[in-house]
Write a protein that binds this ligand. Structure first.
Ligand code: C2E
Ligand code: MG
Ligand code: MG
Ligand code: MG
Length: 291
């Protein structure tokens, strides 16, 4: 029966398949390959972080950057985080990978500081599996100390799933981080089991509206209405709103009308390599303001 099939699949491997047809076999093989190659990429430094600016929609100043993983594998070519992050989460690779992301980000911050480059706060994406570890915060504190990074330079983006799975211990961790001065953002808002009630109780600073809403706000009245409602509700809870995936001026105009605070998207900038950052007009402008 189906339960037995699931049980067998689970004990035999990592994925759960009811039927093992050709397509699934191929998918499974690719996933296993990605897991193996990803473990190697971590060792061989085939991973890189890029940084996507966040822009204040009123002043158009850069007010933050989001660290995003990039992987160009020798055999697989470029693999998108949208594909490898879920595999890393399922297999536990996310734990060493997540630590690498923190350490690498802090290294970059230190390097920029040495070069005299002012950078805005940097947001790191964190998976539920990372936050659930009891050693998450001690390790983070150790790294902040090792690189002498002011916690106010750090933001953490989490998705709603963590809040549903393990609300209580998660709330405690979020509070501790918030007390340290780390800003917290709820990512991909509107796609999961969105509930504004936990936004009221938890120490979030930002709500990031998922790209699917932004993509459709110009043509689809219901997406526009939902976006507008999320912005109003967030503001009434004292949260700032970040719109993800802004690609057109029409979207920008509408989001400004709705009072959206911050935006991110190809209209402003793609994620930038650590080396090209200093010469990027947005970062140049930020450094001119800082002088
Ligand atoms: P996310 O955190 O929601 O990040 C936003 C994604 O949208 C990024 O994709 C970014 O490159 C993309 N994006 C930004 N502006 C635009 C736009 O205007 N148009 C379009 N079409 N896309 C835009 P990316 O880098 O492929 O990352 C995908 C997801 O992978 C992220 O979604 C995040 O959930 C995850 N991820 C990436 N890096 C990390 C990481 O270091 N740790 C963890 N745990 N997850 C990560
Ligand atoms: Mg994010
Ligand atoms: Mg997102
Ligand atoms: Mg996402």
């Amino acid at each position: 029966n189906a339960d037995m099939a699931v049980y067998r699949a689970k004990s035999a491997g990592r994925a759960t398949y009811y039927f093992y047809d050709g397509e699934m076999g191929k998918q499974f093989a690719r996933n296993v390959r990605i897991e193996t190659r990803l473990r190697q990429a971590l060792q061989n430094e085939r991973l890189e972080l890029h940084f996507q600016p966040k822009v204040d929609l009123i002043t158009e100043h850069c007010v933050g950057m989001e660290a995003l993983l990039r992987w160009n594998d020798e055999e697989l070519g470029r693999v998108s985080p949208a594909e490898f992050i879920p595999i890393a989460e399922q297999t536990g690779v996310i734990l060493p990978l997540g630590e690498w992301v923190f350490e690498q980000t802090f290294r970059h911050i230190l390097e920029w500081q040495k070069q005299g480059i002012t950078v805005p706060p940097i947001a790191i994406n964190c998976s539920a599996a990372q936050l659930k570890r009891v050693d998450f915060l001690p390790k983070l504190l150790m790294l902040l100390d090792k690189y002498k990074i002011d916690p106010s330079l750090l933001e953490i983006e989490v998705t709603e799933s963590i809040l549903i799975e393990d609300a209580k211990s998660c709330a405690e961790l979020l509070r501790q981080m918030s007390h340290l001065g780390i800003k917290l953002a709820i990512d991909d808002f509107g796609t999961g089991y969105s509930s504004l009630s936990y936004l009221k109780d938890l120490p979030f600073h930002y709500v990031k509206i998922d790209q699917v809403f932004i993509r459709n706000i110009v043509d689809d009245k219901s997406h526009a209405a939902l976006t507008n409602a999320i912005i109003s509700l967030s503001h009434s809870l004292n949260l700032k709103v970040i719109a993800e995936g802004i690609t057109s001026l029409e979207q920008l105009t509408l989001l400004r009308e709705y009072g959206c605070d911050i935006g991110q998207g190809y209209l402003f900038s793609k994620a930038l390599g650590a080396d090209s950052l200093a010469s990027d007009p947005m970062i140049v402008a930020l450094n001119e303001q800082a002088l």
